[in-house]
Design a protein around this ligand. Structure first.
Ligand SMILES: Cc1cc2nc3c(=O)[nH]c(=O)nc-3n(C[C@H](O)[C@H](O)[C@H](O)COP(=O)(O)OP(=O)(O)OC[C@H]3O[C@@H](n4cnc5c(N)ncnc54)[C@H](O)[C@@H]3O)c2cc1C
Length: 389
């Protein structure tokens, strides 16, 4: 059996696990990242793309923002469309902005930094088991290439996403979960095509929500609200672009470039919060701790903010022998998380078509959107939440 020792054992090489390892290494704290999947699989995942200013600042501090700042697209507004009406919400009055940069690219930057730091993740580990998390010396057991291994740690960071093992290691009597599962999903495509507009367009249409987003000036990322049991095989590229154009105001519909898609997937929508985020020497961060529907583009941003806070608390433990930040982590992260949950659930509720939606419900949605685009106070609250609190 192989035996290793580190200060912080990190489960998961998604953005939260990789960013935590990077922040810790810069402060002189050792960690080992264990990842179930292969390096190519992790690098190939297509997911989020809207990065808040505060997240960019954390990534800059972590030394991984150089390419993001060179290649990312800075946006100072979004468009909200309903029927034939389209309104721009301007971020500049509040000095707000977001950067459009694919999670795939960010993952590559974080992975390159791990390689350059001489501490790449341990890929393709199986059967990770957390032991003694409520004692001084917790352990992670796992197998790799058929060989049993043990990683002894001071702390464990559960950065293993919604379906990971770390949250499940917290006793059921301690862990509380709060969940809303939405009765629809998003059918998403990626295509080598210029975006419909230079900014994101969020659409509330009688036929359902749609989003015209992008990953670069030549690569579109578009979504359609769809049934949860949608079969991707039923959606030819032509059908997707036709449906997207039918939900856009006529003037914008003519700008849809019907390029072949290079990725197509269906994602369910969920709101989820686990608490507490700490049990003994285990700390949860990122999607292991919470899920937001992607409407507000908060998932990746929350994950990076979690690990920034957790890294600071762990560094204070080692460098200053202070544990107050570790003790405060769960309550203070949860407060930030619930606010992002509120915004994401609200935006989802006003933009999507719900089964059984009545004409009154639709009237309420349109009134919410009208209030949002016509009230300076409502716009300011939206900008504050969308660009990062
Ligand atoms: C299809 C999809 C689309 C999304 N779109 C958006 C979007 O548009 N905007 C937005 O802000 N957010 C979006 N998100 C959310 C965003 O991608 C996540 O919030 C972000 O990836 C969270 O990072 P994480 O590192 O916490 O979790 P993850 O990225 O899920 O990483 C967890 C890692 O842990 C590994 N792992 C899991 N179990 C184990 C185990 N037992 N042992 C070892 N390793 C394990 C996984 O393989 C994975 O690499 C989307 C998510 C999905 C799934």
């Amino acid at each position: 059996m192989g035996s290793l020792r580190t200060q912080v054992g990190i489960i998961g090489a998604g953005p939260s696990g990789l960013a935590l390892a990077q922040l810790l290494q810069l402060a002189g704290v050792d960690s080992v990242v264990l990842e179930r999947r292969s390096r190519d699989y992790v690098l190939g995942r297509v997911r989020a793309g809207v990065i808040e200013q505060g997240t960019v600042e954390i990534l800059r501090r972590a030394g991984v923002a150089r390419r993001l700042e060179r290649e990312g697209l800075i946006h100072h507004g979004v468009e909200i469309a309903a029927g034939e009406r389209c309104h721009r919400i301007d971020f500049t009055a509040q000095s707000g902005s977001v950067t459009v940069y694919g999670q795939t690219e960010l993952t590559k930057d974080l992975m390159d930094a791990r390689d350059a730091g001489g501490a790449p993740p341990v890929f393709e580990v199986d059967g990770v088991v957390l032991e003694d998390i409520d004692r001084e010396r917790p352990r992670l057991r796992y197998t790799r290439g058929g060989k049993a291994n043990v990683l002894e740690c001071d702390f464990i960071a559960g950065c293993d996403g919604f379906h990971g093992v770390s949250r499940k290691a917290i006793p059921a009597a301690v862990l509380k979960t709060h969940e809303r599962v939405y009765p629809f999903g998003w059918l998403g495509v990626l295509a080598e095509a210029p975006p419909v507009s230079s900014e994101l367009i969020y659409l509330s249409h009688e036929r359902g929500f749609a989003l015209c987003s992008m990953r670069s000036a030549t690569r579109s990322r578009c979504y359609l609200q769809c049934e949860l049991d949608t079969n991707i095989g039923d959606w030819s590229d032509e059908r997707f672009w036709d449906e997207l154009a039918s939900r856009l105001p006529a003037e914008l519909a003519g700008r849809v470039v019907r390029a072949p898609t290079i990725e197509k997937s269906v994602a369910p929508l969920r709101s989820f919060v686990a608490e507490p985020l700490r049990y003994g020497r285990l700390f949860l961060a990122g999607d292991a701790a919470h899920i937001v529907p992607p409407t507000g583009a908060k998932g990746l941003n929350l994950a990076i903010r979690d690990v920034d806070q957790l890294a600071a608390a762990l560094v204070a433990h080692y460098a200053e022998r202070r544990d107050d930040l570790l003790d405060a982590y769960s309550a203070s992260a949860l407060r930030r998380i619930w606010r992002a949950e509120r915004f994401s659930a609200w935006l989802t509720s006003v933009l999507h078509r719900y089964p059984g939606r009545t004409s009154f419900d639709r009237g309420m949605q349109l009134a919410e959107l009208d209030h949002l685009v016509s009230s300076a106070v409502a716009r300011a609250a939206f900008v504050e939440a969308y660009t990062g609190f």
